[in-house]
Design a protein around this ligand. Structure first.
Ligand code: GDP
Length: 440
């Protein structure tokens, strides 16, 4: 799922690749693509529009950090907004009463019964609950049978009354039974119809009013796209449910429902079904889903870490020094410290202009930094600011002092020299642009 959307989004970010900065023009172009990708993924039109409007505002108002490319920054902003779109924080189910009662609602075929079984199993094994499943479909004996089979598979008893035609009474009796027999969780599966009709709505509303559940969940087939959103809206108006269960996310859904439902009905997605098997169910985590949609979780965390470490004053100071070709070993050291603070060295190193290049070929681990630091610490202040005075005897002294070899010292000096040359080359052009703080 989402493969297509992921691919399309990735392509839209490519527009920004090679761009030094975020501008109104390249942002507009990127976002036009993003919006098209969302619409093709069956995201509600209004949702897609307000999404890209927000991203645009954020992108143009952002500082472009030294260590972050515009395309990376855009990935991060889109990621954060996708997370927000899907509800932000993970929404838990709240089970306060004893027994706690969960009511399932949704159309026939949405996956209600299957999900009831999955949830019973999940809460039993992971939360140590003692569930009782309740079959409230008085119209289709086959539905009761289906729940019984599921109950057997997950080893949870099923309450049913084969001769009753009153789902409200069945649900109430089931809760009494749970109390009497020490079940601490009652999951009520209800009848669905192929389309919304008044009788079904009245019935489930009556059940809800009678049993006053801790959670009313609305189950919907993600493959039905925009229809899923419309159905959700109608159920929500009648039931004011607590959360959504999106099933069949393993199918070739284009993902639009997952992205629109939260905004349209303002209720969180709490679970997703990802297969017919009874363990194919997950709690819904908006941030993780955004990671999956973008498939670029690494970039997102890199940008986050860079943003945390960003020191505007330091960036300006460094920019000036590079422009004057005064970048020295003290700056080199500062940059290394900054990289170290951000962690995950191998990925990060390549993001720091200049320094990244210089240490790219070294097998980067903490030890690599340690010897570089040791070499620089063994230099005198004058040597650090004027590396050109480092002749043979000074190099030998530094190697000894730092516990490294003369080859290592030479290698670092060579790399430092290349870095400086490269910085000089690009100063005033691309590098300066990259380092500039962008504000609208
Ligand atoms: P109900 O009528 O709402 O109770 O729906 P069911 O639970 O009977 O599910 C309808 C069909 O969808 C069944 O064939 C299920 O096996 C299937 N199904 C339910 N959840 C999922 C899911 O997450 N993924 C897939 N692929 N199929 C599912």
């Amino acid at each position: 799922m989402f493969d297509n959307l992921s691919e399309r989004l990735e392509r839209s970010f490519k527009i920004l690749k090679g761009e030094g900065k975020i501008t109104e023009i390249n942002v507009a172009e990127t976002l036009k693509d993003v919006r098209r990708a969302l619409l093709d993924a069956d995201v509600n039109y209004k949702v897609a529009k307000s999404f890209t409007d927000t991203v645009k505002e954020k992108a143009l108002g952002q500082n472009v950090l030294t260590a972050v490319k515009p395309s990376q920054l855009m990935v991060k902003i889109v990621h954060d907004e996708l997370t927000k779109l899907m509800g932000g924080d993970t929404a838990e189910i709240e089970l306060k009463n004893r027994p706690a009662v969960i009511l399932m609602s949704g159309l026939q075929g949405s996956g209600k019964t299957t999900f009831s079984g999955k949830l019973a199993r999940m809460l039993k094994t992971k939360k140590n609950r003692k569930p009782l499943l309740v079959a409230c479909d008085v119209y289709r004996p086959a539905a009761i049978e289906q729940l019984k089979v599921l109950g057997q598979q997950v080893e949870v008893p099923v309450y049913c009354e084969m001769d009753s035609k009153d789902p409200v009474q069945i649900a109430l009796h089931a809760i009494q039974e749970a109390k009497a027999k020490g079940y601490d969780l009652v999951i009520v599966d209800t009848a669905g119809r192929l389309a919304i009709d008044e009788q079904m709505m009245n019935e489930i509303e009556a059940i809800k009013n009678a049993i006053n559940p801790d959670e009313t969940l609305f189950v919907v087939d993600a493959m039905t796209g925009q229809d899923a959103v419309n159905t959700a809206r109608e159920f929500n108006e009648r039931l004011d449910f607590n959360g959504v269960v999106l099933t069949k996310l393993d199918g070739d859904t284009r993902g639009g429902a997952a992205l629109s439902i939260r905004t349209v009905v303002n209720k969180p997605i709490k679970f997703v079904g990802t297969g017919e098997k009874l363990d194919a169910v997950d709690q819904f985590h908006p941030a993780r889903m955004a990671d999956r949609i973008l498939g670029m979780g690494d970039i997102v965390s890199l940008v986050e870490r860079a943003q945390e470490q960003y020191d505007e004053e330091e960036a300006k100071r460094l920019q000036k020094k590079i422009q004057k070709n005064q970048f020295d070993f003290n700056d080199f050291l500062t940059q290394i410290h900054q990289i170290k603070k951000m962690g995950n060295l191998k990925e990060l190193a390549s993001m720091i202009p200049g320094v990244g290049k210089a240490i790219k070929d070294i097998d980067i681990d903490d030890n690599a930094f340690k010897s570089i630091e040791a070499i620089i610490y063994s230099m005198t202040p004058q040597e650090r600011t004027h590396p050109e005075i480092l002749n043979g005897s000074r190099r030998t002294r530094i190697a000894k002092g730092s516990g490294t070899s003369i080859q290592e010292v030479n290698r670092l000096l060579k790399q430092f020299d290349q870095t400086r040359k490269m910085m000089k080359m690009v100063t005033g052009s691309k590098m300066a642009g990259m380092m500039q703080k962008m504000k609208k």
